[in-house]
Ligand binder design. Structure first.
Ligand SMILES: [Zn+2]
Length: 173
């Protein structure tokens, strides 16, 4: 089982048992404490969809939005952060389920045309406008568009970094 799935299983079962010989749930969750706050919140959020973790991530991201797009009110920064967070949470291409490949039987027969093989779903300007509650006939303001992708990217970076740190804490590699 992949590390992310084992973490999810641990968090879902709440099975925190200690063992000297076997890597236990407590070890995995403990290792998560070494991750950055955003990364740790995102790992738990993706595994368990916990409201408190969502709020933690939202506050950290909203502050980042405000630092990157000066003059943005906290209320609007939170809306951008929430929309970016939702994109990150649903970033798997639906056509190929995030694999980037077209599979027939057990064989990869090609590259997914929807996502160009990236496995990542691209959200349209229209979807972003709706998520931000902006007028349908107006473009997404430039300063908003400029922070949107970096914030989604920050989520993925923090998440991967948190998983890497968990792996390092457990296995030292
Ligand atoms: Zn795809």
């Amino acid at each position: 089982m992949a590390l992310a799935e084992r973490l999810a299983a641990t968090l879902a079962q709440g099975a925190l048992t200690q063992s000297d010989t076997v890597e236990s749930g407590t070890d995995r969750v403990g290792a998560l404490a070494f991750s950055g706050r955003l990364g740790a919140a995102l790992v738990r959020l993706r595994m368990k969809a916990d409201a408190a973790d969502g709020k933690t991530a939202l506050v950290i991201l909203a502050r980042r939005v405000q630092r990157q797009a000066r003059g943005t009110t906290y209320t609007f920064a939170k809306r951008i952060a929430g929309a970016a967070l939702a994109e990150w949470m649903h970033s798997h291409c639906k056509t190929c389920d995030g694999s980037g490949s077209v599979v027939s039987g057990a064989k990869v027969v090609g590259c997914c045309q929807t996502c160009n093989g990236t496995g990542t779903r691209r959200f349209t300007d229209g979807e972003r406008r709706r998520a931000l509650g902006l007028d349908a006939d107006k473009p997404v303001p430039r300063r908003v568009a400029a922070v949107y992708d970096p914030i989604v990217g920050d989520c993925e970076t923090a998440y991967r970094d948190a998983l890497r740190r968990v792996r390092y804490q457990l296995h030292g590699d």
